[in-house]
Design a binder for this molecule. Structure first.
Ligand SMILES: [Zn+2]
Length: 569
C-alpha cells in the first residue's frame, strides 16, 4: 500500500474526546472514524487488523471442532418474548416495527436463533455435541458508550454456542473453549486474567471472564496472589473479620446530633465500623427495598439482584427515601414495616450493633438480630474488597482494574426448555439440550491489544495483528536513484509475500514520516535514503528497538522474514 494513496490521515495532536490510550491511538493513527455515539467506521488499517484477529479466532475455534455459520442481526421480537429476554434486555435492545407493523429487534446476541437452528437439526444424542459459532455484527443500545471501541452500540463479535447431552460433555466443551480463548488472546498479544464471573439471573452455572488488566478498565477483579483465586468483583467471595460475640445488651436510644455517616458515627462513639449496621435504600422493579449490611462492608448490587431475582435495581433518590417514610442517616430495620427488607449475612456475625433509630439525630445502641429486627431475606450480598481474606486460603485479597475481552458461560437448559430444543437419549427418552455460550468482542480485542501495547510515540502492534508487517520509508524521493531503489524494494517485498505500507510521500519531511511510522506501530521499519543507498544498504529497525541497523538491499527480504518469524514465536 502506498501511503500517498491511503484514505486515512494521521493526527498530529491527541483528540480531546479520547478517554484511554487505545481510543486516542485508534483515532490518531487513522484506524477509526466516529459516525455517532458508540458507532464507528473501521477504516482500512483497522479492518486489516480485525481480519487478522478474526482469522486467529477461526483457527482456534475450528481446532476445537467449531462449525461456522452466519445468523441474521434482524430478528422478530416474538422470539425474544418466548424466552422473556425482551423484558430482561429492556432499553438496551434496539427494537422497531417493520412496514407491516411487526415488532423486530436488532440482536445483541443469538441464543434464541441458534437454539431454533439446533432444534430443527438435532434429534438424537448421536447428533451431539456441537459447537456452532459466527463472527457477526451485534447491536446494543448502551446508555454510556465510551473509550472508542471498548463500549459501543454496534460491534462485531465472535459468538459461539455449545450443545451437549450431559453435564460431563458440557464440561469438556467448556474447557476446550477456555483453552481456545487462552490461545487466541496469547496470539493477539493480550495477557489475560481468567476470572470467575456472575452467571446472572437465568440459572446458568459456571461463568468466566477473560480480562486485560488495565487502569482504564471498567471492571474490578479480585485476586489472591497465594492460591491464584481470581474473580470479578461482582462474583468474588471473601471472608472478613468476625466481631467477637458479646452477651446481648438492652436496646437503648442514644443522641447522635448531626451524625449521618458510618465513619462519623464510629468516630463519635469510639467503636469500629464493624460494630454498626448501615441501611441502604433501593428501588427494585419499581418498589422500595430496604437493605441492611454491617457498617464496614458495602453492598454488591449484582449479588443483591440475584438474591431477590430483581430485573431492575437502582439506588433510591432522596425524594423516594422520604416518600417511603425513612429518615436518611438514622434509618434502620428496627421497627421497620411495609417495606421489603434484605440483610447481608454479616448482621449475624456480631451483635450489640449501633443502628439508626428512625428519627433524626438518634441511634440505638445494642441492636441484635433477630431479637430487635427481622429480614425477609438474609443472604451474602457483600462486596469483596482488597484486604479482606481469600475464602480458599485465607491470604489477603488484592484488586485490579480490567477490561473484559471475552466471556464464557454454562447456560444449562434455559433456552432449550423455553424454545423446545430436545434430544432423545439412547433409551429413547427426551431431554432438553444442555448449552454453553462463548463471546469475544472483535473490535474490543483490537482496542485491548493497543491498550496493552503502546508507548509515548504510538501503537506497538503485535506482528500477528498488525495491519501491515513493514513500514517502508523513502527519504528524499525527489532523488531519482532513491525513488527507484525504494520502489524496487517495495515490489520485491510484496512479491515475497510481505505486507508493506510504503511511505512514498514526496512532500513530507523525514521527521513527519518517522513520527507517523512510530504512531502507526508496524513491527518493522525500513528506510531507503540517499545516505544508506550510497553503500547499497537499507536501514532496518524493529518498532521497539532504540537503534536502527543496516542491511544490504539484497538481504532485506530475508532479514524481514527472520524478524517476523521471531515475532511469531
Ligand atoms: Zn487464596
Amino acid at each position: 500500500m502506498r501511503f500517498s494513496r491511503m484514505l486515512s490521515k494521521t493526527l498530529r495532536d491527541d483528540p480531546p474526546e479520547a478517554e484511554t490510550a487505545s481510543h486516542r491511538l485508534l483515532l490518531r493513527a487513522g484506524l477509526i472514524h466516529q459516525v455517532a455515539s458508540g458507532v464507528y467506521t473501521y477504516l482500512p488499517l483497522a479492518l486489516r487488523s480485525l481480519r487478522k484477529i478474526e482469522n486467529i479466532i477461526r483457527e482456534e475455534i475450528d481446532a476445537v471442532g467449531g462449525q461456522e455459520l452466519l445468523m441474521p442481526a434482524l430478528q422478530p421480537q416474538e422470539l425474544w418474548e418466548e424466552t422473556g429476554r425482551r423484558e430482561a434486555f429492556g432499553d438496551n435492545l434496539f427494537s422497531f416495527e417493520d412496514r407491516r407493523g411487526r415488532p423486530m429487534v436488532l440482536a445483541p446476541t443469538h441464543e434464541e436463533v441458534v437454539t431454533n437452528v439446533v432444534k430443527a437439526n438435532v434429534q438424537s444424542y448421536r447428533d451431539l455435541p456441537l459447537i456452532l459459532y459466527q463472527i457477526q455484527t451485534k447491536f446494543r443500545d448502551e446508555p454510556r458508550p465510551r473509550a472508542g471501541l471498548v463500549r459501543v452500540r454496534e460491534f462485531d463479535m465472535k459468538d459461539a454456542y455449545s450443545f451437549n447431552a450431559d453435564d460431563a460433555s458440557l464440561d469438556e466443551s467448556y474447557q476446550a473453549m477456555a483453552q481456545a480463548y487462552h490461545n487466541i488472546f496469547r496470539r493477539c498479544g493480550i495477557p489475560v486474567l481468567m476470572a470467575e464471573a456472575d452467571s446472572g439471573a437465568i440459572g446458568g452455572k459456571d461463568s468466566h471472564e477473560f480480562l486485560l488488566a488495565t487502569e482504564t478498565g471498567e471492571d474490578t477483579v479480585i485476586t489472591c496472589s497465594s492460591c491464584s483465586y481470581t474473580a470479578n468483583a461482582e462474583k468474588a467471595e471473601s471472608n472478613y473479620a468476625e466481631v467477637p460475640a458479646e452477651p446481648e445488651e438492652a436496646l437503648e436510644e442514644i443522641s447522635t446530633p448531626g451524625l449521618k455517616t458510618i465513619a462519623g458515627l464510629a468516630e463519635f462513639l469510639k467503636i469500629p465500623e464493624s460494630k454498626t449496621l448501615k441501611a441502604v435504600f433501593y428501588i427494585s422493579d419499581g418498589a422500595p427495598l430496604f437493605v441492611t449490611i454491617r457498617g464496614d462492608l458495602d453492598v454488591n448490587e449484582t449479588k443483591l439482584k440475584n438474591a431477590i431475582q430483581s430485573h431492575d435495581l437502582r439506588l433510591a433518590e432522596d425524594h423516594e427515601v422520604k416518600a417511603a417514610g425513612l429518615v436518611a442517616g438514622s434509618a434502620s430495620a428496627v421497627g421497620l414495616s411495609g417495606i421489603k427488607h434484605v440483610a447481608d449475612v454479616s448482621i449475624t456475625k456480631g451483635n450489640n450493633f449501633v443502628v439508626g433509630a428512625n428519627k433524626a439525630d438518634t441511634h440505638f445502641k445494642a441492636a441484635n438480630y433477630p431479637r430487635d429486627f427481622k429480614a425477609d431475606i438474609v443472604a451474602d450480598i457483600a462486596l469483596a474488597q482488597p484486604g479482606q481474606l481469600c475464602v480458599r486460603c485465607g491470604h489477603a485479597l488484592e484488586s485490579t482494574r480490567g477490561v473484559e475481552v471475552g466471556h464464557i458461560f454454562k447456560l444449562g437448559t434455559f433456552f432449550s426448555e423455553s424454545l423446545g430444543a430436545m434430544f432423545l437419549d439412547s433409551e429413547g427418552q427426551q431431554h432438553p439440550i444442555i448449552m454453553g455460550c462463548y463471546g469475544i468482542g472483535v473490535g474490543r480485542l483490537l482496542a485491548a491489544a493497543i491498550e496493552q501495547s503502546n508507548d509515548e510515540k504510538g501503537i506497538v502492534f503485535p506482528a500477528s495483528i498488525a495491519p501491515y508487517q513493514v513500514h517502508l520509508v523513502g527519504l528524499n524521493l525527489a532523488d531519482q536513484a532513491v525513488a527507484e531503489a525504494a520502489d524496487q524494494l517495495y515490489k520485491e517485498l510484496e512479491a515475497g509475500g510481505i505486507e508493506v505500507l510504503y511511505d512514498d510521500r514526496e512532500d513530507s519531511a523525514a521527521g513527519v514520516k518517522f513520527n507517523d511510522a512510530d504512531l502507526m506501530g508496524l513491527p518493522v521499519r525500513l528506510v531507503v535514503s540517499p545516505r544508506n543507498l550510497k553503500n547499497g544498504m537499507a536501514e532496518v529497525k524493529g518498532r521497539t528497538e532504540s537503534e536502527a541497523g543496516s542491511v544490504p538491499l539484497a538481504g532485506v527480504l530475508a532479514d524481514v522474514r527472520k524478524r517476523l518469524a521471531a515475532a511469531a514465536d
